[in-house]
Design a protein. Structure first.
Length: 108
């Protein structure tokens, strides 16, 4: 099931957003992916509505989005348990990044 936020957006000269993505300098220099590889593509998939594909591309996308949303929400409406929430989401994000990186590099 796809849900697209920007379904009818026309980019300049009908170019896709993928042409504007940054290349991974770590992968270019060392020849293997860094723990952040796939994050841009997963975010783009998330915006396009490909939620499952975004998770499969970069499993840490959801904890990172929740972390960013909680930080921005706290700027507008101070949260009572903000420090605990950010600490937990940071730990979950880092753990997800490390586990998915190990699985991607050494097992899959």
């Amino acid at each position: 099931m796809k849900f697209c936020i920007f379904e009818n957006v026309n980019y300049p000269e009908n170019k896709s957003m993928e042409k504007y993505m940054l290349t991974c300098l770590h992968k270019k220099i060392f020849g293997f992916e860094c723990p952040g590889c796939g994050g841009q593509r997963a975010f783009l998939m998330l915006i396009k509505g490909d939620f499952v594909d975004a998770f499969l591309m970069y499993p840490a996308i959801y904890p990172l989005v929740l972390l960013a949303l909680s930080i921005f929400t706290n700027l507008l409406f101070p949260l009572k348990y903000y420090s605990k929430l950010v600490s937990i989401l940071t730990i979950v994000s880092i753990t997800t990044i490390v586990i998915s990186y190990i699985l991607k590099q050494f097992i899959l």
